[in-house]
Write a protein that binds this ligand. Structure first.
Ligand SMILES: [Zn+2]
Length: 377
């Protein structure tokens, strides 16, 4: 009997070598060591934890540590990650966000529930909440003044090309109208202190505005997120008729290149350094007094090397008024920007973030943004 079990253990381990089984079935992480022996997929430790939330349909065990029965091994052999993908991801809409191991838990959890529990990708009718081109519902929105979250009605309309929200539930005029062409949405569980926290940004008069929203129900929040992606996808398909789907997908929503605190000084470099929250969003470096502010206190355009932008560790000699020791100098055609980081790790991360942007050649549409920043009052 014991040898049978050893034999089963060896057989299931060998299955990890089969095509498709070398990466987590749900997030793509390399070398999964867990498996759902009811669904027949190999998953990483983190996704195995999320499978435990759907215990009615998925039962997980360790490939390396748990005992395996012959019938369980046979199921793993007959299904496996590739066959499961063909079944559970049969019709994933192009715009739908498929998370990787780097994404937040909410996106991964809802992806797993959508696949196996709700079977959303086996039947297009189940995709209605995010693919219909119209969505209406209530979200908790952070108030600008006191930081309190208040219930607000939101409407996403592809036909009108907008996302809008209403202060009073029966109000006719929206409090804010956000055009789909400048909209972005990114989950911010750490910054907002809630797993379902979503930061939505849009441009108004070329400046970035932030709103922070959440819904208690994770599915609702992820449906809003994918609804925004769908609306952006359809907008971009019309705006850029020649572009391929793979060109458009990275433009639907984006995460920030880097966020965190640094100290900064003003243009004269004499007024002392102040601690600010910084967000690097594509080529826009924005700073805020509070990470959850609605408006940036300032935005700096970071161009490319060809346009004489560069980043250097340290501060010019005789710089005064900073408290943090790890300086960064950004040289632009017009002036120098001075920053100070709290740790050498932060300094390294920020320099590499700036380097990423500076090393990237400017895209045609970015020249328009650069020109706007230049002529900003
Ligand atoms: Zn995973």
């Amino acid at each position: 009997m014991a040898s049978d079990q050893e034999d089963n253990g060896q057989r299931v381990k060998r299955l990890l070598g089969k095509p498709g089984n070398g990466n987590c079935a749900d997030c793509g992480a390399a070398d999964p060591e867990w498996a759902s022996y009811t669904l027949g997929v190999f998953v990483c430790l983190s996704c195995s934890g999320l499978h435990r939330n759907i215990a009615r349909i998925s039962k997980v065990k360790s490939v390396l540590l748990d005992p395996w029965s012959a019938s369980e091994v046979e199921l793993m052999d007959s299904v496996g990650n590739n066959a499961a993908k063909a079944k559970y991801e049969k019709i994933v809409p192009a715009f739908y966000y498929c998370p990787t191991h780097k994404d937040c838990m909410l996106l991964k959890e809802q992806w797993i529930r959508a696949k196996y529990e709700r079977k959303e990708f086996q039947c297009v009718e189940r995709q209605e909440p995010y693919s219909a081109g119209y969505r209406e519902g209530f979200l908790w929105k952070r108030g600008r003044d006191n930081g309190q979250y208040l219930s607000r009605k939101f409407i996403l309309s592809e036909r009108e090309g907008v996302l809008k929200y209403f202060k009073k539930h029966d109000a006719r005029e929206p409090k804010a109208t956000m055009k789909i062409n400048t909209l972005n949405a990114t989950f911010q569980p750490t910054k907002m202190g809630t797993a379902q926290g979503l930061q939505i940004t849009y441009l108004k008069d070329n400046s970035t505005r932030n709103i922070f929203v959440y819904h208690e129900d994770g599915k609702e929040m992820v449906d809003w997120f994918n609804g925004i992606r769908a609306a952006r996808f359809h907008y971009l398909q019309v705006a850029f008729p020649g572009a391929s789907i793979s060109d458009l997908l990275p433009k639907l929503t984006r995460n920030y290149i880097m966020e965190g605190y640094m100290e900064k000084t003003g243009p004269k470099h004499t007024e002392g350094f102040k601690k600010r929250w910084f967000t690097m969003d594509e080529r826009r470096l924005m700073y805020f007094k509070d990470p959850l502010d609605a408006y940036a206190r300032g935005e700096v355009f970071i161009g490319s090397r060809e346009n004489s932008y560069s980043v250097h560790p340290g501060l010019p000699q005789n710089t005064q008024g900073y408290h943090w020791q790890f300086g960064i100098t950004i040289v632009t055609p017009d002036r120098k920007f001075l920053f100070a980081c709290e740790t050498d790790e932060d300094q390294k991360d920020w320099i590499s973030a700036f380097q990423t942007v500076i090393n990237r050649p400017m895209q045609p549409r970015e020249y328009a943004v650069a020109a706007y920043f230049k002529h900003k009052p």
